[in-house]
Design a protein around this ligand. Structure first.
Ligand code: CP
Ligand code: NVA
Length: 303
């Protein structure tokens, strides 16, 4: 039994295998063949302490399509929300359910849950990473631009957020050039980048220079969940870091724009660019379903 806790702890072969499997599961679903049911007879718990549209729905649908039952457990209702330790919650749930999908603001808690529950555990977003998102994004790159080999990815916005960090580790494992374009104070720290130690990753505080020659312009919200108190100062700091025509003008002529969603038009992305690239962006959202099915199939293999 395995877990899927971060892109950091994954390796090239695992990531490539998941993207390949996600593409196969997508093709099978399009053909109406939902025959793979490794979760038959299983109940999976989904413990979310933050809002979600894509992740929640894609996991609930995916667990059902793989033969299992999903149980949504909001932290507002669990005793966890009243202070029951994560390791106790893990030891109880581990005796009742077969897998766990967790969204919270503590990578450490998810790792502790995985250790104490003894059941396959998936990170559905923490303060540190959003690994499921990145598998769907890589599948989208395969579909739209034929893969990631030698493709320049430019992440514009909060370079120190969970999605950006997962991109950093994806670039480390897969070797494509990644530029993080963020204002001072929102780049990955020097210590973090030194720990990652990947010469193909660089940072810039000039979004236009960073976007030059990009194959992928990627963005995420300026104000991640839990940071609402900083909304005003962040909107000030990120002015000029919108993915708009100014950046597309210097990118590759056939550059794609990606966004993990939800999107705030007029902030991190212009309304025009979002609509022009809607087919990519909403396929990316759909790919969450296929990617997460691949993750569940992979971590339950051999159970
Ligand atoms: N991209 C993403 O994780 O969306 P949700 O917050 O709606 O799940
Ligand atoms: N960085 C964002 C991602 C949302 C899917 C957040 O944490 O809110």
């Amino acid at each position: 039994m395995k877990h899927f806790l971060s892109i950091e702890s994954s390796c090239r072969e695992e990531i490539e295998g998941l993207v390949e499997s996600a593409a196969e599961l997508k093709a099978a679903r399009v053909a109406g063949e939902l025959t793979m049911r490794p979760l038959e007879g299983q109940c999976w718990g989904m413990m979310f302490s933050k809002s979600s549209t894509r992740t929640r729905v894609s996991f609930e649908v995916g667990i059902g399509e793989l033969g299992g039952t999903a149980m949504f457990l909001s932290s507002r209702d669990l005793q966890l929300g009243r202070g029951e330790p994560i390791r106790d919650t893990a030891r109880v749930l581990g005796r009742m359910i077969h897998g766990a999908v967790i969204r919270n603001d503590s990578q450490t808690d998810i790792e502790e849950f995985a250790e104490y529950s003894g059941i396959p555990t998936i990170n559905a977003l923490t303060e540190m990473e959003h690994p499921c998102q990145i598998i769907a994004d890589l599948l989208t790159m395969c579909e739209r631009i034929g893969g990631w080999e030698e493709k320049k990815v430019v992440f514009v916005g909060d370079g120190d957020c969970n999605v950006a960090r997962s991109w950093v580790w994806a670039a480390k494992h897969l070797g494509f050039p990644l530029v993080i374009a963020s204002p001072a104070g929102f780049c990955p720290t020097d210590d973090y980048l030194a720990a990652v130690d990947a010469p193909n990753i660089s940072c810039s505080d000039d979004p236009v220079e960073a976007a030059s020659g990009a194959h992928v312009l990627y963005t995420d919200v300026w104000v991640s969940m839990g940071m609402e108190d900083e909304a005003a100062s962040r909107e000030q700091a990120f002015k000029g870091y919108q993915v708009d025509d100014r950046l597309l003008d210097v990118a590759q002529a056939d550059a794609i724009v990606m966004h993990c969603l939800p999107a705030y038009r007029g902030k991190e992305i212009s309304a025009d660019v979002l609509e022009k690239h809607a087919e990519t962006i909403f396929s990316e959202a759909e790919n969450r379903l296929h990617a997460q099915k691949a993750i569940m199939v992979s971590i339950t293999k051999g159970q």
